[in-house]
Design a protein around this ligand. Structure first.
Ligand code: FAD
Length: 438
């Protein structure tokens, strides 16, 4: 008999997972609490565009979805830094200058993945089904639907229901997993820059950053030639601006070039919600070899490396590989998937937190910019032997934990080279001085 797999959450990871499992000939029920997002309006202030890079592309490529799913994406080859005053500063992402991360709206990406999942043989999608109860041992579940409670069961239950996962909550209540959540004391709010005369108001080939030390704003381009901005600010500070005058005064002082480009700024600011950010640590990710967590449900991270969705897609690829390596035995595949992924998700969680400091603060420093130039020069001089952390994270599928170790070794090598260089220069200066005395 074919095993029935239930995936809770038809977001990014859940929809892609449905496509992968369908290729294994499994019978999949995909349960989503929202109505079908392909036929409704997106929630206000939650349109968020994502940067999809090599890891995400690789996961889509493996099942032939990359062209259809990424059709609307816009490549961004570097960061455009907006200082409070003075010229813009473009910093390319790769040494060659031609590698790009790709801006795509979460809604567009989710809808394309849902289309692919719904069309896959053996996949049934059930919208307006909110998981309310789960017995992780038997696979029995209760969903709240507009028509009342529905009881179903499955051989395998996969929780792809995001950072606030109901599956994780049920596993916690059963004592099957432990959890810790490190909330960042920063929140985020979405603002928008519309097209001007049917054209982009800013360079669409860059991810725009307004680094302001304790706060930061970014903007990513959309196919309709608008930009979606995300303002990151200490969570309590958003309330300090409560009327048009104070909002405009704040932006005139700290983001002066944004004001003329954002005619709906005050309305966006007053009405768009403040989102919370944090890192979720769960241990273990699976129970009884039949219930498991994937993507943000297992390990949500802060968004500053643009890797949460990319990492969730890599989880899907690894789970599929584990099923292949265990001959389709869920009882063996689920612990193996956790074993292979855990150190990598912990590594990207730490790198994402580090990158926040880099984006909101360091990118404006002359020392940082010099460091980036030296790094790109080394990459060109030692191709494949010296590769920056950004390149390894965004333009390769090198496991995140290996990236961390390799970058650590590279930095040790650089520090030793600098010390050696200083030593050689010091010795040369001493010889020159003693020669001059003679
Ligand atoms: P989600 O996409 O959150 O999907 C979970 C799904 O489960 C949803 O559809 C939800 O409705 C459903 N669900 C929830 N509860 C239930 C329930 N009880 N029953 C049934 N269904 C349920 N990542 C990147 O790779 N690049 C970026 O540039 C990037 N930028 C980001 C910017 C911001 C501001 C934020 C907040 C995140 C960003 N991320 C980025 C992270 C990315 O959005 C997440 O990592 C990704 O969405 C995780 O996918 P997921 O499928 O695990 O969870």
């Amino acid at each position: 008999m074919t095993e029935r797999v239930a995936i809770v959450g038809a977001g990014l990871a859940g929809s892609l997972l449905g496509c992968y499992l369908a290729r294994r000939g499994l019978s999949v029920d995909l349960y989503e609490r929202r109505p079908d997002p392909r036929v409704g309006q997106p929630e206000r202030g939650r349109s968020i565009n994502l940067a999809i890079s090599e890891r995400g592309l690789d996961a889509l490529r493996r099942i032939g979805l990359v062209d259809s799913v990424m059709a609307d994406a816009l490549p961004m080859k570097g960061r455009m830094i907006h200082p409070v005053a003075g010229p813009l500063d473009f910093q390319q992402y790769s040494a060659s200058g031609d590698r790009a991360i790709n801006s795509i709206s979460r809604g567009t990406l989710n809808n394309a993945l849902l289309d692919a999942a719904a069309a896959a043989p053996g996949v049934s999608v059930h919208f307006e089904h909110r998981l309310a109860e789960l017995d992780s041992c038997t696979g029995s579940m209760v969903f709240e639907t507009p028509g009342g409670k529905v009881k179903v069961s499955a051989d395998v239950v996969l929780g792809a229901d995001g950072a606030g996962s109901a599956v994780r909550e049920q596993l916690l209540a059963e004592g099957a997993v432990g959890e810790s959540v490190d909330f960042l004391d920063y929140g985020y709010k979405e603002l928008s820059i519309p097209a001007v005369n049917a054209d982009f108001a800013l360079d669409p080939g860059a991810l725009h950053i307004w680094p302001r030390g304790t706060s930061m704003m970014i903007a990513l381009p959309n196919p309709d030639r608008s930009f979606t901005c995300t303002l990151f600010w200490p969570a309590g500070d958003f309330d300090a601006l409560s009327n048009a005058a104070s909002i405009e005064a704040h932006f005139r002082t700290h983001y002066p070039d944004l004001l003329p480009l954002a005619p709906t700024l005050v309305d966006d600011y007053l009405h768009n919600p403040v989102g919370v950010l944090g890192t979720v640590h769960t241990q273990p990710w699976q129970a009884h070899g039949r219930t498991a967590l994937i993507g943000d449900a297992a390990h949500a991270i802060v968004p500053f490396y643009g890797q949460g969705a990319n990492c969730a897609f890599e989880d899907v690829v690894e789970l599929d590989r584990c099923l292949a390596d265990t001959g389709g035995s869920w009882a063996r595949a689920l612990p193996l998937y956790e074993h292979r992924r855990r150190e990598n998700t912990e590594a990207i969680a730490a790198m994402a937190l580090d990158n926040f400091v880099e984006m909101r603060d360091k990118v404006t420093s002359p020392v940082f910019r010099l460091g980036k130039r030296i790094e790109h020069t080394l990459e060109r001089l030692l191709p494949g032997r010296y590769v920056s952390r950004y390149e390894l994270v965004s333009f390769s599928t090198t496991p995140y934990a290996e990236v961390q170790q390799r970058v650590h070794r590279q930095h040790q090598f650089l520090a030793a080279a600098v010390l050696l260089g200083a030593g050689v220069l010091g010795a040369a200066a001493r010889i020159a001085r003693s020669g001059a005395r003679r």
